[in-house]
Design a protein around this ligand. Structure first.
Ligand SMILES: [Zn+2]
Ligand SMILES: [Zn+2]
Length: 219
């Protein structure tokens, strides 16, 4: 598996290129700002995007979705519960004083419990809500020597968790999702968050205050 993290735009949101080494097909995860840079990087790696996925549809994670769809001519999918956030991106942009992005059409929905395939790679789709109602995690279990990988959107960060004061955010829902959907993964699973550096499930389980029993007291 090829995975490339590209922090983009004012929010330094991590777009990800996830590609199959054998077929060279790739997923564009979270099309935010700097779409051209992400497309160029994928080409440089010899990869061809075949689908665009949103972990969720906050402005920073979806502002480039329409541009990416037009430039690549491939489908864009999110969890259905993110349609509100997607449609309200222009309002969010106005609040920050940013130019309003076009609202992209959605070509299908990601359903937790189902799998997502690119080339020879298969990911489980897990619901990690609480930061956003349809924030999904893509999880690929360990293969041979290669540890598992979890692309978690804004559910879990190195040393922290996503904010819960936005539309349908809920702190106890988020802690519960982290406990049941992420902390249950093998400890060497590499976590690829929507902002900041990569980490592992084991490191967060040990050191992240929000991953400790009774973390509700920090909310
Ligand atoms: Zn977010
Ligand atoms: Zn974000």
């Amino acid at each position: 598996m090829i995975i490339e993290q590209i922090p983009v735009g004012a929010f330094q949101m991590n777009s990800y290129i996830v590609g199959c080494e054998e077929t060279k097909e790739a997923i564009y995860i979270d099309p935010g700002a700097e779409v051209d840079r992400v497309i160029d990087t994928a080409r440089g790696l010899g990869l061809e995007f075949t689908q665009i996925i949103g972990t969720h549809a906050h402005l920073d994670h979806a502002e480039g979705a329409q541009e990416a769809k037009e430039k690549l001519g491939i489908p864009y999918r999110i969890h259905e519960a993110e349609m509100y956030n997607l449609q309200h991106m222009p309002d969010a942009a106005r609040m920050y004083g940013f130019p309003e992005p076009p609202v992209p059409g959605v070509d299908g929905f990601l359903v937790p419990g189902e799998t997502l395939t690119v080339g020879h790679l298969t990911f489980e789709i897990r619901l990690t809500d609480g930061h956003a109602p349809g924030n999904i995690t893509l999880y690929q279990p360990s293969v041979g020597e290669e540890p598992g990988h979890a692309i978690v959107g804004d559910a879990l960060f190195a040393g922290s968790i996503g904010r819960t004061d936005l539309y349908k955010g809920d702190a106890s829902t988020l802690l519960e999702a982290i406990r049941t959907q992420l902390l249950t993964l093998p400890s060497d699973t590499v976590v690829h968050p929507g902002h900041g550096p990569e980490t592992t499930i084991g490191r967060e389980a040990e050191t992240n205050p929000y991953c400790q029993p009774g973390a509700e007291k920090y909310l």
